[in-house]
Design a protein around this ligand. Sequence first.
Ligand SMILES: C[S@@+](CC[C@H](N)C(=O)[O-])C[C@H]1O[C@@H](n2cnc3c(N)ncnc32)[C@H](O)[C@@H]1O
Length: 293
Amino acid sequence: MSEVQAKLVLGDCREVLKTLKDDSIDLIFTSPPYADSRANTYGGIKPDEYVEWFLPTTKELLRVLKPTGTFVLNIKEKVVNGERHTYVIELILEMRRQGWLWTEEFIWHKKNSYPGKWPNRFRDSWERLLQFNKAHKFHMYQEEVMVPMGDWAERRLKNLSETDKVRDPSKVGSGFGKRIANWIGREKAYPTNVLYLATETKNRNHSAVFPEDLPEWFIRLFTKPGDWVLDPFMGSGTTNRVAQKMGRNSIGIEILPEYFEVAQKDVKPAKQLPATQLALMEKKGKYAATKSK
Ligand SMILES: C[S@@+](CC[C@H](N)C(=O)[O-])C[C@H]1O[C@@H](n2cnc3c(N)ncnc32)[C@H](O)[C@@H]1O
């Protein structure tokens, strides 16, 4: 048996984060309150003031994250006066000035977004997952999130061009190249940076719950069992619940007592996980080359 810890704290993350140790967290995964949009539930922050409001928190997050760790921020700018507000873009620039590296942007494509009609745009079907790091070298367990090759392999690999058979140097001078032929006979490929997931439909007494698959994918990619995961805007505790199931220790901070109580119901302060379960979770999802037909 191995013990997995979860520390859930009721309070304002801007204060609570100050009590956490430097360089102690492996993954920060969170969805902060959206500017203005949920004013009726937990007091919105005005879009024009969003960056100023958020920066003291990201400063603390930078301090508590391990140099090998990753911060994934789920966010989407809202529409103000008929155009997209720029606070997310401004936030990225300010966070870079604070010392963060903006490593990557993933897209969460929400497969079941509500139908609707707007005069000047279509329904919004995606959100950003911004990946920030403290250092260029960080832990990333890419084999854990590999996907089946699918019929892409059948179609693309049947008709290989001459460039496909040799290493094709990057046209943008990034120094990276690809040799498509390397993938013949493989069953699995690395995924793209677009995640196709449904939105959460289960009612968890919270208006902005994300699906469990979302934190699960990033926890798998950036942590190992026994690592520490932090969600400073915990809400109903989705990140912590998933982290616990996956054998990761976690910290969650929530300012509103009603959401804190929801989280507390199914995240236990210490949970015994059978060693067999942990062993399964630790098993490398390494792909093996199979013989081509
Ligand atoms: C978008 S929701 C998170 C939902 C969560 N991902 C889930 O699956 O339930 C943001 C949460 O942050 C909380 N919050 C807002 N300001 C906060 C603060 N300063 N400190 C801690 N929590 C805060 C809100 O009450 C809300 O529950």
